[in-house]
Design a binder for this molecule. Structure first.
Ligand code: GDP
Ligand code: IMO
Ligand code: MG
Length: 421
């Protein structure tokens, strides 16, 4: 049995905290896509930790964690993360497993990411510059190197061959930076990676399923950043939706049970691209300040706006969401009035569907306004103690989406979560 937790917006919905919270009910937590572009924040013993590639179940003793074949893995970031995790007394040789089919992010992928973004000028995607797109391009272009290849005695030869191809591309971009220090780090980290548990991911996970183990698949990024269904080209390069779980781990669709979608009580986006409910005003500024909306991976300020039910409805549809978790409800404590986007106006028409190429259509949001609650909700433990206005807000979302909010997160802390009853 496999449950999935994934983001329904443009990433940073609070997936890390939610996975960490629910991990106690599972035997294995697995990442199925993305790479070090992800930044998943958790609090362990009140200490903040940001995970990029290691699954967010890692701080629970007795739970295994798998980096699946659908991930693109940077050994350098992994080594740093492993050091952080090990400082909490976690033995990664026991509870971290890496699929041998996982593609590697090479130093030249990072250089290519940077060169490609620079060449796009003001049309840049706003990539995290972690080498994600070039690494996935080498995967689908059938050039990439995989974790299992590190164990091959000819790895360095294959690496040099691929680097030469990349060098031609970098020359075309007129990219001049010296990356020899990155290469040194890479080979050092690759040696470290070879000491970890490299497994055949698909047999590993299927044997766990067969023996009745409970598995949680942890999404990175968000549905609106999906390579197929996101706001293309302003997306990431992987399948961030529930369909990506099967190809990203090597499991059959019928094993998937719950698809738990995480949304903020409002909405944010980091990087370029359309964002219909974005608030370029004091309210947006207030959301950023109260919500501390700065990227966990790059530190960039996140763009902020009201919750968008047109986009959420779309995300529920393409993922088959069965339960919703609404995070950062406490951030709305400070607001007198709350707006909920229920449709887009495109020209004279009001639409409730995500249009092809939102960036050209530039839809205007149509809002319903609901009263805020203006009390501190951060210490509430029971749904019945939530203010009536907060329950009305949740009820409105439930009715629109036809999928229910089952949990409300009301603070960054591990136990700040309220079950909706
Ligand atoms: P992820 O990428 O989806 O895991 O989310 P990030 O970690 O990038 O960003 C979410 C941010 O919100 C982090 O700083 C979390 O500590 C914080 N956070 C998560 N849930 C809540 C919540 O319910 N309330 C508040 N105030 N902060 C939260
Ligand atoms: P988590 O897992 C928010 C965004 C980037 C950029 C676009 C492409 O923490 O939610 P990429 O580096 O993938 O080539 O960037 O996607 N992006 C994210 N935004 N959260 C993330 O991950 C993101 N990962 C990538 O800002 O707009
Ligand atoms: Mg994040």
């Amino acid at each position: 049995m496999v449950d999935v937790i994934l983001g329904l917006q443009w990433g940073d919905e609070g997936k890390g905290k939610i996975v960490d919270y629910f991990a106690r009910d599972y035997d294995l937590v697995a990442r199925f896509q993305g790479g070090p572009n992800a930044g998943h924040t958790l609090y362990v013993n009140d200490k903040k930790v940001v995970l990029h590639q290691i699954p967010s179940g890692v701080f629970h003793g007795g739970i295994s964690n798998l980096i699946g074949n659908g991930v693109v893995l940077d050994p350098v970031t992994l080594k740093k993360e492993c050091d952080t995790v090990a400082s909490f007394g976690i033995d990664l040789r026991k509870n971290l497993f890496i699929a041998e089919r996982t593609h590697l992010i090479l130093p030249t992928h990072r250089a290519l990411d940077k060169a490609a973004e620079l060449s796009k000028g003001n049309q840049k995607i706003g990539s995290t510059l972690k080498g994600i797109s070039p690494a996935y391009m080498d995967k689908t272009g059938r050039n990439g190197l995989r974790v299992g290849d590190l164990l091959d005695k000819n790895f360095t030869t294959s690496y040099i061959k691929l680097r030469l191809k990349h060098q031609h591309l970098l020359d075309n971009y007129n990219f001049q930076e010296d990356i020899s220090a990155w290469e040194e780090e890479f080979f050092e980290a690759a040696e470290f990676l070879k000491q970890l548990n490299i497994v055949n991911g698909e047999y590993f996970i299927n044997s766990q399923i067969k023996s009745g183990k409970r598995i949680l698949a942890e999404g990175a990024q968000g549905s609106m950043l999906d390579i197929d269904f996101g706001t293309f080209p302003y997306v990431t390069s992987s399948s961030t939706i529930s369909a990506g779980v099967c190809s990203g781990l090597g499991i059959a669709p019928h094993y998937i049970k719950e698809v738990i979608g995480v949304t903020k009580a409002y909405c944010t986006r980091v990087g370029s691209g359309p964002f219909p409910t974005e608030l370029d005003d004091e309210t947006g500024e207030e959301l950023r300040k109260v919500g501390n909306e700065f990227g966990a991976t790059t530190g960039r300020p996140r763009r902020c706006g009201w919750i968008d039910l047109v986009a959420l409805n779309f995300a529920c549809m393409i993922n088959g969401v069965t339960k919703i978790v609404m995070t950062k409800a406490d951030v709305l404590d400070a607001f007198k009035e709350l707006k909920i986007c229920t449709a887009y106006r495109a020209g004279k028409k009001a639409i409730r569907e995500i249009p092809f190429q939102m960036d050209r259509i530039k839809p205007e949001p149509v809002y319903e306004t609901l009263p805020g609650w203006n009390i501190n909700t951060g210490t509430i433990k029971n749904y019945s103690d939530m203010p009536e206005t907060a329950r009305t807000y949740v009820g409105f979302i439930n009715n629109y989406l036809g999928v229910k909010v089952h949990y409300i997160s009301n603070g960054p802390g591990r136990e700040q979560i309220v079950q909706v009853k």
